[in-house]
Design a protein around this ligand. Structure first.
Ligand code: HEC
Ligand code: HEC
Ligand code: HEC
Ligand code: HEC
Length: 154
């Protein structure tokens, strides 16, 4: 009986914790850009036109660099060739736990569930200024509009 009670308490606490704010940021899984498109058609259409969307193809087709698995950390999403391109979740965090409307409509809850608002550090994971990986300034609105997606909010 004692064991059972302890198990129940752990389960209830677990649900409360994961239901509100996720404590373990790394637990969220990647769902792919098609899922985001359902509600963010403007951003998705615009992103498709960017170099980020084609980053995997471009690396594979490179004439002067030999493509290998090590390219994927910057030329794919989550280092995974099946998530081709620098997709939404590369910059906004893995979406499994925030993509639901009930969570997404609340900014604070979304962030608690893994949504990331990109900062300069986000870009520097790949644009580190070394080799061919040029540095970029996140606040550069002109270049970023071409490179990321068009912003609804200016
Ligand atoms: C079921 C609909 C739905 C899905 C699916 C969805 N979102 Fe959202 N998202 C919303 C709503 C609603 C808002 C809040 C209103 C707004 O700003 O458009 C929002 C806001 C956002 C914001 C702005 C946060 C802020 O306050 O600056 C980002 C970034 C975002 N979503 C990214 C994503 C990504 C990435 C995915 C896919 C993993 C995704 N969303 C999937 C509905 C959705
Ligand atoms: C540390 C991150 C990173 C790694 C690893 C990386 N790239 Fe890149 N790559 C970038 C960035 C950032 C750009 C965009 C540079 C720009 O145009 O400003 C880019 C651009 C490119 C381009 C287009 C522009 C050009 O220089 O021709 C090709 C092709 C390319 N990378 C191929 C590869 C290949 C092949 C590999 C693996 C051998 C690789 N990259 C590894 C970050 C990376
Ligand atoms: C290369 C990084 C990057 C990628 C890829 C990216 N975004 Fe964004 N996104 C940003 C940045 C930067 C902002 C502005 C954040 C801020 O407010 O400072 C933003 C803002 C947003 C917003 C809120 C502003 C708006 O436009 O309404 C939404 C929603 C959004 N992104 C959805 C998406 C979706 C959906 C995708 C994929 C189709 C995507 N993003 C791909 C970097 C990215
Ligand atoms: C996962 C790695 C990654 C992240 C994170 C990333 N980028 Fe990129 N970015 C790339 C790659 C790879 C390319 C080149 C794609 C190509 O040339 O095909 C690129 C291209 C660009 C370009 C176009 C350069 C040109 O020659 O036209 C700009 C601008 C840019 N990124 C800005 C940003 C900004 C701003 C952020 C942060 C909000 C960001 N990127 C985040 C990998 C990344």
């Amino acid at each position: 009986m004692k064991f059972r009670a302890a198990f129940l308490i752990t389960a209830v606490v677990g649900v409360l914790v994961t239901g509100s704010v996720s404590v373990f940021g790394g637990d969220h899984t990647f769902v792919g850009a098609a899922k985001c498109k359902m509600c963010h058609k403007v951003q998705h259409t615009s992103w498709l036109q960017t170099k980020h969307a084609k980053a995997t193809e471009v690396a594979k087709a490179s004439a002067d660099k030999t493509f290998g698995a090590e390219c994927l950390q910057c030329h794919a999403t989550n280092n995974d060739e099946s998530l081709a391109g620098v997709q939404c979740e590369t910059c906004h965090g893995a979406g499994s736990d925030y993509k639901k409307m009930s969570i997404m409509k609340d900014r604070e809850q979304s962030i608690g569930a893994g949504l990331e608002i990109p900062t300069q550090a986000t870009c520097e994971r790949c644009h580190d200024g070394e080799d061919h990986h040029t540095a970029v300034v996140k606040e550069d609105q002109v270049n970023n509009k071409e490179a990321i997606h068009e912003f609804k909010k200016p």
